[in-house]
Design a protein around this ligand. Sequence first.
Ligand SMILES: C[S@@+](CC[C@H](N)C(=O)[O-])C[C@H]1O[C@@H](n2cnc3c(N)ncnc32)[C@H](O)[C@@H]1O
Length: 287
Amino acid sequence: MAEAPAFDPEKFKAAARAQWDKNAKGWNDSAPQIRGWLAVATEAMLDMADVKPGSHVLDVAAGAGDQTLDIAKRVGPSGSVLATDLSAGILEFAKENARRAGFANVETKVADGENLGVEEASFDAAVCRLGLMLYPDPLKGLREIYRALKPGARLATLVFSGPEQNPCVVILVSTAFKHAGLPPRDPYQPGGLLSLGKPGLIDELFQKAGFTDVKTRKVTALFKLPSVKDYLSFTRTSAGPILEILGKLDDAAKDAAWAEIEEKLTAFNTASGWEGPNELLLTTGRK
Ligand SMILES: C[S@@+](CC[C@H](N)C(=O)[O-])C[C@H]1O[C@@H](n2cnc3c(N)ncnc32)[C@H](O)[C@@H]1O
């Protein structure tokens, strides 16, 4: 079995950027499924961040901009949203989606979440949907958002909760690791999909970054699809961290990994289709 290489945050981010550039189209093509999965959680996140007409909003790790469009609609023409992401490739889709939807109040900026390069105290609200757990140093990312917010403004983030509540993520990660010949990894290791699911951790990081009035609530986000094949097709084209783990395998070895993943995921077949359990943590804090 291969030794896990020593963790280098800059190399980790460079690899993540390249991977998200590569699967940007896949994530964008899955927008309808992602919207169905996350619509309720996203509305709650925007409420928690107090995103309202006229707000100037920072959307960090915005991806292809699904939640950016919701923000642009909420803030209206007198407000605006800056969508930022590590990957230029995926952010191009956010830009194009905003243009197609007719929103003139969306701007984009390629930026590492740990170093946003935006003006201090310039935003009325900030959100980060399913991005923060992928940072090697989420505290640095939270400090950076804190810096960008006006005094009194709120941040709301969504991340995966723990392994027991997210069995599909566990199946994806553990099976991918096994097929890649890597030893099982601590689910809470920085940068992993479940890294911020450790009880109490995200509240602690918000507080360390300076936020007050910090609250977390659990949000159920069932991924309902017609069949397990649809989830497979979503993850095979869009799930950056899993694709990265499998990246070095040849096509036959990749197929074998996906076959085992599919077989395990059939545990969530229902009479009417497929329902993958997921639980997210919705955290908010005030500057
Ligand atoms: C799971 S996707 C979520 C995208 C979008 N927020 C959504 O919910 O549809 C994760 C995103 O985080 C971005 N990302 C990963 N590491 C990052 C970092 N260090 N700084 C900024 N963005 C990062 C990726 O490029 C990717 O677009």
